[in-house]
Design a protein around this ligand. Structure first.
Ligand SMILES: [Fe+2]
Length: 390
């Protein structure tokens, strides 16, 4: 494997999200890890560290005591689950679009498409990613939104065809919409995404699901996937999102359910919940209620949040608020990008959940149409959380 491109590597670094716009006031510290290799030797506290003084450090693989201090330890002998994460596919299919369908926000989107996106994203790359995931022993696949560009029926149909090609897709895929899937008020009102992907929105806990289809829950072994919708039809030049208030309340109730409490909890939502060093929360593309959503998920001890939208690989960590432990907030990047370097190339992640904890994050990178995807950042990523003495 050739050495990673240093341009987009930086050491693990701590920063206080209180200094960033819209970061949750209760968030005490976070760690940003950008394509770092074995750099998880972070300082133990930040200036705003919680009074319980959690200590986070790297641990040798043979000395792990993962989840040993968890309030809800899972079955220690449960087998590992591998979760594939793809996102921001931006499938292009505009051949049968009538001209008047562009007489709205799509005029700008269509122009952007012609100038940039049609060259940057490729459905063939998505197919290569799914082939790779198939060969990498992945149990479940998460898709964190923006399957389309302009929320056209033809794009949804093409995306759905690709997703349905996954073996046992109806039980192995959890997919949520992004802002591009709600591109126009018409697409949002009509529930176009929900119509094309209704098979995937069936919930194992339907009593918490609102009429619109969210939040939904897929329980697979010791892992629960909770899908949230942050898609919003926005004015021109805006790509903001919001998780509806009633949907967030239902999600909070669902996460309190005994059937979820003892499981590893994964939440899937399109928009990022926090600013990071590469992407501040731009006014016109942020999650409008990010503070509320992140605080709720931390209070309910969510283990892993998977999102998209920035097209950038990132791993952020914040302490849970209801028990000792970490809520990971991760983005894999856009899977469909053809680009020629690690920043612009398509990516997907694989998360290994073992003994009820996140044990590893692998990132795979699109290299070429000939060779497909290759492992790019595949180091073991484990850590332990323990009470700090004194
Ligand atoms: Fe997006």
């Amino acid at each position: 494997m050739s050495p990673p491109d240093r341009r987009w590597m930086s050491p693990a670094r701590w920063h206080c999200p209180q200094a960033t716009p819209l970061a949750p006031a209760t968030c005490t510290w976070s760690l940003t890890l950008w394509m770092s290799s074995g750099m998880l030797t972070a300082p133990t506290t930040s200036p705003a560290a919680p009074s319980s003084s959690l200590k986070l450090r790297a641990a040798p693989l043979d000395a792990l005591r993962l989840r040993s201090l968890s309030a809800q330890p899972l079955n220690a002998r449960s087998r590992a689950m591998r979760i594939g994460h793809i996102s921001d596919l931006h499938i292009l299919a505009i051949s049968d679009v009538r001209p008047w369908e562009y007489l709205n926000k799509r005029m700008i989107g269509g122009l952007n498409l012609l100038l940039n996106r049609s060259k940057a994203h490729s459905s063939v790359v998505v197919e290569r990613a799914l082939e790779a995931l198939d060969s990498l022993d992945v149990d479940h696949i998460v898709i964190s939104g923006d399957l389309t560009n302009l929320a056209l029926d033809s794009e949804f149909a093409a995306a759905a065809e690709i997703i349905r090609s996954i073996e046992s897709a109806s039980t192995r895929v959890s997919v949520v919409p992004g802002n591009h899937d709600y591109y126009t008020p018409g697409a949002a009102r009509e529930g176009r995404f929900e119509r094309h992907f209704k098979d995937f929105l069936k919930s194992d806990l339907p009593e918490y699901q609102l009429k619109r289809g969210y939040p939904f829950c897929h329980i697979r072994q010791d892992v629960a996937f909770v899908g949230l919708n942050s898609g919003l039809a926005t004015p021109w030049l805006f790509a903001t999102g919001k998780v509806a208030e009633d949907e967030l309340e239902q999600a909070a109730r669902m996460l309190d359910d005994e059937r979820l409490k003892s499981r590893f909890k994964v939440v899937v939502v399109h928009h990022p919940l926090m600013a990071d060093e590469h992407h501040r929360f731009s006014f016109n593309r942020r999650l409008l209620n990010a503070d509320e959503v992140l605080t709720t998920l931390r209070q309910k001890n969510v283990d892993l949040v998977l999102h998209g939208h920035n097209h950038y690989l990132s791993v952020l960590q914040v302490p849970k608020l209801g028990e000792p432990g970490t809520t990971f907030v991760c983005e894999a990047g856009s899977t469909s990008m053809e680009g020629g370097d690690p920043v612009m190339a398509g990516k997907f992640n694989i998360y290994t959940i073992e003994d009820g904890a996140l044990a590893e994050i692998e990132t795979h990178l699109f290299e070429s149409h000939e060779s497909g995807f290759r492992p790019f950042r595949s180091e073991v990523f484990r850590q332990q959380v323990e009470e700090q003495a004194g």
